[in-house]
Design a protein around this ligand. Structure first.
Ligand SMILES: NC(=O)c1ccc[n+]([C@@H]2O[C@H](COP(=O)([O-])OP(=O)(O)OC[C@H]3O[C@@H](n4cnc5c(N)ncnc54)[C@H](OP(=O)(O)O)[C@@H]3O)[C@@H](O)[C@H]2O)c1
Length: 325
């Protein structure tokens, strides 16, 4: 376990990258995304922050709080329903109009639901799109800005000779399982369990493909642990009350949301720093809540041998081509 002290110490080095780091937080209007944005603003010098989500009231509250926390920061809310890929493209354009580089892309948009398959107007399941396709679309679209961040360090300290360019997807590293290869978008085989498995496994595999093709950018898939956030807001009053009780009982096993934010900033910035080139280059970082490695290597090893990552990424790009062109 990486101690919280070590995490905080590493995060406080963020200032060595100099002023003007840019962070994009898709899902930054609540929970883990919000907490990670807060940690970023706490340690960075004059950062620029983009919060992507739908909730204006939450965005206004967070913007005010972040700008108070660090008066040099500038926070912009990008209102977007990211369950539609064409809207993701519009959100990315708005960011690209303002920024030449993106240092941090944190992806945590999602909903907890046990509903049956809910098809969007683009023909994808909404939850699978939120957890997987739209996140991959953000990465694909913003790759030029991530590369620009990697190649143009504005470090003020010699310790930071490389640029900072990092992508973190918050889902469930380690929860990988067998895929239904003939039905990756789960048109005919949808269940909440299959949806979770596909989103998680496709994330680990696709981040692997992206890491191979873009070695100057870090790609991280995390399991955040059990964190009390707004994630259960769509459940009924009784279920929400039950969940509140469960959180009280399970408190010793939960991760406070502030700690989770610190640890996700560390996953993005600190972790790639301490990994060796052999471990890091061309491989995504699959990380547990406490900074330790976490990936189902039985499944991923087999899929690596069979080059299933390529199959999954090709499918993903085909979906993008069909939906967004
Ligand atoms: N919390 C946990 O214990 C836990 C455990 C394991 C995995 N995770 C995973 O971690 C991720 C983040 O969870 P969290 O706990 O931080 O949840 P959260 O507090 O509910 O935050 C979810 C974020 O997603 C955004 N979002 C949802 N639907 C959206 C849409 N259609 N368009 C745009 N934004 C949308 C929400 O923004 P708006 O409301 O503004 O739209 C919100 O900012 C999720 O993928 C979750 O599955 C969480």
């Amino acid at each position: 376990m990486v101690s919280l002290n070590a995490v905080v110490q590493s995060n406080s080095d963020l200032k060595d990258y100099g002023p003007g780091l840019v962070g994009v937080f898709v899902g930054g209007t609540s929970g883990i995304g919000e907490a990670t944005a807060r940690s970023f603003v706490k340690y960075a010098t004059s950062p620029r922050v983009y919060l992507v989500g739908r909730n204006d009231a939450q965005a206004t509250r967070i913007t005010d709080e972040l700008e108070q926390l660090n008066p040099g920061s500038r926070v912009v809310f990008v209102r977007c329903d990211v369950s539609l890929l064409r809207l993701v493209d519009e959100a990315c354009k708005r960011i690209q109009e303002r920024e030449e580089k993106v240092n941090l892309l944190v992806l945590s948009s999602g909903i907890f639901t046990t509903k049956a398959r809910t098809e969007t107007t683009e023909g994808l399941d909404k939850k699978l799109c939120l957890d997987y396709y739209s996140r991959m679309r953000f990465i694909s679209n913003l790759l030029p800005q991530l590369h620009a961040a990697a190649s143009r360090p504005n470090a003020i300290s010699e310790k930071k000779s490389k640029g900072l360019a990092s992508v973190v997807s918050v889902l469930e590293a380690g929860g990988e399982g067998p895929l239904i290869l003939e039905d990756l978008p789960l048109k005919d085989n949808y269940s909440p369990k299959n949806c979770a498995k596909h989103a998680i496994t496709m994330t680990s595999l696709s981040l692997g493909e992206l890491a191979k093709a873009n070695p100057s950018v870090s790609f991280v898939h995390t399991y955040p642990g059990i964190v009390k956030t707004g994630a259960f807001r769509d459940f009924g009053a009784v279920t929400q009350a039950l969940i509140r009780v469960l959180f009280v009982v399970a408190k010793p096993w939960t991760v406070p949301v502030e700690e989770c934010g610190e640890r996700h900033l560390y996953a993005a910035v600190g972790l790639p720093k301490i990994r060796t080139v052999d471990e890091g280059a061309g491989r995504p970082y699959l990380v547990n809540w406490d900074g330790e490695p976490r990936g189902n290597q039985n499944v991923l090893g087999l899929y690596r041998e069979k080059k299933i990552g390529k199959v999954v990424w090709k499918h993903t790009v085909d979906v993008f081509r069909r939906t967004c062109s």
